[in-house]
Design a protein around this ligand. Structure first.
Ligand SMILES: Cc1cc2nc3c(=O)[nH]c(=O)nc-3n(C[C@H](O)[C@H](O)[C@H](O)COP(=O)(O)O)c2cc1C
Length: 377
């Protein structure tokens, strides 16, 4: 009988996403990365024991995971029940979660975050105004659940001499992440949050040396990268950028120039990776095809280049084969499929994600109850 090629299972070597990759000091066994995913289940900004199961479910030996956005200070928060890493209690609470990922052989980076003006008085110490590069308010936005409207308090513009303190908060958060056992940190420079607020010319209206030219607008990001690199070593530092996204009114008049400038200028720090969100992700959750591409940035950046945004098995493999990326981060598919690399290996059907439970505070539902392949059949 003639052999039917379609029935011959592919070996891992034939699946580009499942080939090994050396990211600096980390030997990864495959290229399917868990994207940072806010889940709003960290009560009182403290990571909870239920995160042990959630993250360990998504761990593979030699796989890279990026933890959800984690606040660097008490002014960094803008959403309910998101974790932080500025107190001893938070650091201690992360430890068993990180240990569980390490016990299964995973490599775990913590995404460190400051929301800037995407906040309101209720999230701020003493009910103060959120901080930003600007005092321009953000218009109320529909929350990710599609129903509630988020209200934002007009931000207070940071003075020039306050900025080093915020840079220092990122440095301390990175130190704490290492203390908690994380292998490294991903600096959250995407999606309209504080660092992105400085970078984007539709938000940044400063007249000091943190505003105006591209170089000035990127200064804050560079200072944070440098401080974090000096604290924990370049091998343990990544950064996430979304030059093309306009989420939270964070548009830029020339996103290609911004992305390229950052990709080139980051080379001098020798960081572990640059993680860019695809231009097709104008918002955090919707894909809109567009002509722009990350290829110029991929070519400009000398280290590991990670992409994210609307990838499935097919186009993730294609991105690796065409050398458009070293690693591909998966958000919603990994959220709903704890065994995503295994499913990609077998080209198995995927669980569908349920948006309604992305951000609920339940410790199990929509969190650790997505079935594994073995139990789906
Ligand atoms: C529930 C949810 C939470 C998210 N939280 C974060 C976050 O904490 N940090 C971040 O940089 N991006 C966050 N994102 C964006 C994802 O990391 C990812 O870039 C996006 O979902 C697009 O990738 P995908 O098409 O693979 O889902 C979030 C997305 C979703 C759906």
């Amino acid at each position: 009988m003639e052999k039917n090629a379609a029935q011959v299972p592919e070996s891992k070597q034939d699946i580009p996403l499942l080939t090994p990759y050396k990211m600096g000091i980390f030997q990864l066994s495959h290229r399917v990365v868990l994207a940072p995913l806010t889940r709003q289940r960290s009560y009182g900004n403290v990571p909870q024991p239920h995160a042990i199961l959630y993250y360990s479910q998504r761990t593979t030996k030699g796989g890279l995971l990026i933890a959800e956005a984690t606040g660097v200070s008490d002014t960094a928060q803008g959403y309910p029940q998101t974790p932080g890493i500025w107190t001893k209690e938070q650091v201690e609470a992360w430890k068993p979660i990180v240990n569980a990922v390490h016990a299964k052989g995973g490599v775990f980076f913590c995404q460190i975050w400051h929301v800037g003006r995407v906040s309101n008085r209720d999230f701020q110490p003493n009910g103060q105004a959120p901080i930003s590069c600007t005092d321009k308010p953000l218009t109320p936005q529909i929350r990710a659940n599609g129903v509630d409207v988020a209200q934002f308090t007009p931000p207070r513009r940071l003075t020039t001499d306050e900025i080093p303190r915020i840079v220092n908060d990122f440095r301390l958060a990175a130190r704490n992440a290492i203390e908690a056992g994380f292998d490294g940190v991903e600096i959250h420079g995407a999606h309209g949050y504080l660092i992105d607020q400085f970078m984007k010319d539709q938000i940044n209206d400063r007249t000091d040396h943190y505003g105006g030219s591209l170089e000035n607008r990127c200064r804050f990001a560079h200072e944070i990268v440098e401080a974090v690199v000096n604290e924990i070593g370049a091998d343990r530092v990544g950064i996430r950028l979304s030059p093309f996204a306009s989420y939270m009114e964070s548009g830029d008049s020339n996103p290609s120039a911004l992305g390229l400038y950052m990709a080139e200028s980051l080379n001098k720090y020798g960081i572990a990776y640059c993680h860019m969100v695809e231009p097709r992700m104008k918002t955090v959750g919707e894909k809109v095809e567009c002509p722009e591409s990350l290829v110029p940035m991929r070519k400009a950046f000398k280290g590991t280049f990670m992409v994210a945004g609307g990838y499935d098995r097919g186009d993730g493999n294609k991105a690796v084969v065409e050398d458009r990326a070293d690693l591909v981060a998966y958000g919603r598919l990994f959220l709903a499929n704890p065994d995503l690399p295994r499913r990609f290996e077998l080209d198995a059907p995927l669980n569908k994600y349920n948006r309604d439970t992305f951000y609920i505070s339940d410790p199990v539902v929509g969190y650790s109850d997505y079935p594994f392949l073995e139990t789906t059949a």
